[in-house]
Ligand binder design. Structure first.
Ligand code: BT5
Length: 319
């Protein structure tokens, strides 16, 4: 895309580049170059225009534009296409529409804000600008019964990315990532499947980054680190880690992911209370099974396998 190309040239040059050079390099007219420059300025890029010298990039906006996310991104498959929206209902819904129209695996939908952010089981996900709200289209060749592996995998990748940014992130089964006991990230995987095959999975990830978050149970990267975070760098590192974990999953299966999950888990070894289909199951969280189910040892000594549910940590694991 010419606009992205212009940005790439201006970034690499770090100096003025004439309209003529841009036009020649890209094989378009100078008027077309000017049109793209105008759009970039409208999008918030600070570009100095000097007669006789050309254009110089001075300021990049704090937006998760495809041209930012894809610039220097090491992931090959994830982010091969990035759709950016200033505001939308839910990025999961947009990603689903793209997947239904046959978009390639790895497409990412990112919004600066959502008006109807979705949590699990019809719950709401609070969205404020300054966070990372994105959905990724995946097409794993797995049994639909094993789709929840993707949720656990994503929790591992987000935890690694947060740790890379300097935060002591841990996982609460099944899909929450916590820092200092507060939720910093939620994951919502939605699936389209036949009886024995997955058509696609929409992996929705919400991370509180620089945004405000009024919930007492929630925290943000900014408030934990005491400084603003470079969202583009964070998204890039997340996509790169996620791609690596996803390839491991495809090549070696779920076992290595599960070991990482166990290492980062704050749930295992704890006294928990899990709400599962109108039933409250209390006991000690013993392990996760190879389909991502939680194994809870109840007071009468029996072991319960919980496929999905809401988990409350009761006592410290002492870990
Ligand atoms: C989740 O649901 O944690 C899944 C959240 C997925 C959000 C992403 S954002 C991009 C993509 N597009 C979407 O529309 N969704 C995905 P659940 O486990 O049901 O947790 C929901 C609960 O978390 C709520 O009931 C609140 O208690 C709490 N919550 C809501 N917003 C939050 C936030 N921003 N940060 C932390 N906790 C939040």
């Amino acid at each position: 895309m010419t606009k992205e190309e212009i940005l790439r040239i201006l970034r690499t040059a770090g100096d003025y580049v004439s309209g003529e050079t841009l036009a020649e390099t890209l094989g378009v007219s100078r008027a077309a170059v000017w049109k793209h420059i105008h759009t970039l300025i409208k999008e918030g890029y600070g570009i100095d225009i000097e007669q006789g010298r050309g254009y110089r990039l001075l300021v990049v906006p704090d937006k998760l534009y495809p041209s930012e996310v894809r610039y220097g991104l090491q992931a090959k498959m994830l982010g091969n296409k990035v759709v950016h929206l200033n505001t939308t209902g839910s990025t999961n819904t947009v990603a689903r529409q793209l997947a239904e129209r046959g978009v390639e695996e790895g497409a990412v939908v990112i919004a600066e804000n959502q008006t109807r952010g979705k949590g699990r089981l019809g719950r709401k996900w609070l969205t404020r600008s300054g966070g990372v709200w994105m959905s990724i289209v995946l097409k794993p060749n797995i049994d639909p019964m094993h789709a929840s592996s993707i949720t656990l995998l994503a929790a591992v990748s987000v935890t690694k990315a947060l740790r890379g940014a300097g935060l002591e992130a841990v996982i609460k089964w099944p899909n929450d990532v916590l820092v200092n006991g507060k939720k910093i990230c939620g994951i919502l995987t939605e699936m389209s499947a036949e009886t024995d095959a997955v058509n696609f999975i929409i992996l929705g990830i919400g991370v509180n980054v620089n945004n405000e978050m009024p919930l007492e149970t929630a925290t943000t990267m900014r408030s934990e680190l005491g400084r603003k975070v470079d969202r583009v760098k964070f998204v890039q590192s997340l996509l790169e880690i996620l791609e690596e974990d996803y390839l491991t999953f495809k090549n070696e299966g779920f076992t290595p992911i599960l070991w990482s999950w166990r290492r980062y888990s704050d749930t295992l070894g704890r006294q928990v209370e899990v709400i599962y289909q109108d039933e409250v199951i209390s006991g000690v969280a013993q392990d996760v099974d190879d389909d991502g189910s939680l194994l809870v040892k109840t007071e009468d000594g029996s072991m319960r396998k919980i496929v999905s549910g809401d988990c409350k940590h009761l006592k410290s694991s002492g870990r």
